[in-house]
Design a binder for this molecule. Sequence first.
Ligand code: DOR
Length: 426
Amino acid sequence: MKILLNQMTVFRKGTTQKLSVLVEDGRIVSLSPQVPQMADALVIELKNGTLFPGFVDVHVHLREPGFSRKETIATGTRAAAHGGFTAVCPMPNLKPVPDSLEHLQPQLDLIQRDGVVHVYPYGAITVGEQGKDLADLEGLAPYVVAFSDDGRGVQNSERMRQAMRRAKALGKLIVAHCEDESLVGGGYIHDGAYARAHGHRGNPSASEWKQVERDLALVEETGCAYHVCHVSTKESVELIRQAKAKGLDVTCETTPHYLVFNDTMLQEDGRFKMNPPIRSEADRQALLAGIQDGTVDMVATDHAPHTAEEKAGGLEKSLNGIVGLETAFPVLYTQLVRPGILTLAQLVDLMHTNPAKRFGLGGGLEVGAPADLTVFDLDACYTIRPEDFLSQGKSSPFTGQTVYGKCLLTLSGGTIAWQAKGGDQG
Ligand code: DOR
């Protein structure tokens, strides 16, 4: 199938150009200021649209196999396309946990059958994510993007050391959910002003950064390539800054919710509950400073859908996790780019260039590259409403916010994965 995106505003190399983009057999075959003569192509014109390389989210939960009441590969990848993502990496807290090729296979089959964007699954670090025996890293390596026990930190240092040695030998990243369970103290929101004022049990920042500190020492010892998940604390940012200055092969991600909320903005609602928790304003500022100096490499959503019942228990009793695929770009564009805190080029680096490079996923907007791209109307203004989400998960702290940036079209491998009804109207 041929698709001609006619006379588009294309955001490329930090600037916009008017170009026509011709897609054929899944690849970009021409990018040119002229309109190619193409009788047999589907012509799409989006006059209010700005075309970007498809976003890459290295941290999502698609919940299948095992938890299809929360999300499926079909609904999760449609939500991804609706948010402008063309590549997502689902975490292994599934049933079965992908700790061997046999246990990964059901997920690979569902991805093949139901995925509408590229899906690159993780393999687990330990059997059943139980932190005891190492998973079959060698058997999994050809089929997984990296190794993670996301949802839980690997508590045993010796186990993590062994995992790093084996991942290094396999040329794979270790992607760590850093959480020292002995320091959580039953806390479920940040151990700060809001928790104290409202009688909640606080989860201290040390539960994250102490394990980041431990792992960075192991990275120095083993030489493993290492990536820290969902960084939320200022101390973690500083530790990662120092590790990078030493030349360690370390990267990290943060999420939209840690970049736009602090704990004084919490509400007594499960929509504000996730792990790690939303922390203080000083932490939020440190994450922004980390973006500015290159310590924080990328944004991931940690899209973590649950059922309405599972999120109905307020801050204390709801399960951890919020959805994020369909709000990440509009929220960050509205709250960070429009006020001039970040440039649009920085946001594209955080959501495409840096994750694609670190995880080896996908090309950019170049002739010959896979046609993984998305088009947003940056002037379209609307209110975030969960009923508009394609995700089965509806719990979002961004509900009710007015944002700019509506996704008009997403092509994944040259196939339309999302197209708004009514053309430019979205
Ligand atoms: O909030 C979270 N939700 N944090 C995690 O680490 C796991 C995730 C989930 O799977 O729901």
